[in-house]
Design a protein around this ligand. Structure first.
Ligand code: ZN
Length: 69
């Protein structure tokens, strides 16, 4: 999880905000966010990063239920 250079835009489809975080592409798409293009990393703005964290919590919960009954 890294910081983002100035001027990089959010990778979420339709979002033009400046990115504040870069996260592995796979983790973001698993969390259900719609990203444009495909690359190793996804860039998220503040708002979408919050959305990602929230969505990620429910993904992790499902995985816990699946692997640790
Ligand atoms: Zn965004």
């Amino acid at each position: 999880m890294g910081r983002v250079e100035k001027g990089v835009k959010c990778s979420v489809a339709g979002c033009e905000a400046d990115a504040v975080r870069s996260i592995a592409f796979k983790r973001v798409s698993e969390a259900g966010l719609r990203l444009r293009g495909e690359s190793r990393r996804a860039y998220l703005c503040e708002a979408h990063y919050k959305e990602f964290k929230k969505a990620r919590r429910s993904v992790d919960k499902v995985e816990r239920m699946r692997w640790k009954p």
